[in-house]
Design a protein around this ligand. Structure first.
Ligand code: ZN
Ligand code: FE
Length: 254
């Protein structure tokens, strides 16, 4: 089992520290900045050994080079974006396993937000680090991919155990939820979740990680088969990828 420490940075990013106590291995997931990571490591008395990047955007790799210079950590990132990940040492892709001491991450290719985006799943710790692919009640924008691609990517994540903790890279939950209720206004579970999210945010608490089971029940981007959503979009006969694509287009304009 690993310990996970959450660091809020910039306007709405989360960096995660994953600590595997048996080997004293510690990884930073998507370090936007070096300073807050160094401060948190110091506070936890952990030593950085790895960086795990999900994709090449600056708010996910901005701290790579400074952290590597200061700690000598090994940088792991997506093979399909290896030219765009500063300081990358180990390039991984779908089907690879990466060991963090005694903890093992399974790698998924999840293109859509970017061409080479990957996700790290730690089955023994029931934890998924999915960057900007799946968000609490939302999903990433399609900067470098098609709706079909993103839908296939989300399909790899939504079949993980419903107990899986979803560690996404942004605190977008409240805005995502406001959109979600317009797509599926009669989803009572969604409304109840939204009330809890509003309360957490009012008190300044994170809404991340979430549970995959809650995403399956409330995240419209994982629910294109829902008859209520299809009815509200007027897409009764469309396939799941088409419904997904329409939800994504509406969110872009919301
Ligand atoms: Zn991004
Ligand atoms: Fe991001």
């Amino acid at each position: 089992m690993v310990e996970i420490h959450q660091i809020p940075v910039l306007a709405d990013n989360y960096i995660y520290l994953i600590h595997e106590p048996a080997s004293k291995t510690t990884a930073a997931v998507d370090p936007a900045l070096a300073g807050p990571v160094l401060a948190a490591l110091n506070e936890q008395t952990w030593t950085l050994t790895h960086i795990l990047n999900t994709h090449h955007h600056g708010d996910h790799v901005g701290g790579n080079l400074e952290l590597k210079a200061r700690t000598g950590c090994v940088i792991v990132g997506p093979r399909a974006e290896r030219d765009r990940i500063p300081g990358i040492d180990v390039a991984v892709a779908e089907g690879d396993h990466f060991s963090l001491g005694e903890a093992t991450a399974h790698i998924f290719d999840v293109p859509g937000h970017t061409r080479g985006h990957i996700a790290y799943w730690f089955p023994e710790s029931d934890s998924l680090f999915c960057g900007d692919t799946l968000f609490a009640m939302g999903c990433g924008r399609l900067f470098e991919g098609t709706p079909e691609q993103m839908w296939r990517s989300l399909g790899k994540l939504r079949v993980l155990p419903s107990s899986t903790r979803v560690y996404c890279a942004h605190e977008y939950t409240q805005a995502n939820g406001r959109f979600a209720v317009t797509v599926e206004p009669d989803n009572q579970t969604l409304r109840e979740r939204m009330a809890k999210v509003d309360e957490l945010r009012r008190r300044g608490f994170p809404t991340v990680p979430s549970k995959m089971g809650d995403e399956l029940a409330t995240n419209p981007f994982l629910r294109p088969e829902s008859p209520a959503i299809r009815r509200s979009l007027g897409l009764m006969g469309a396939n799941d990828a088409e419904v997904f694509g329409e939800i994504r287009r509406q969110k872009d304009r919301f």
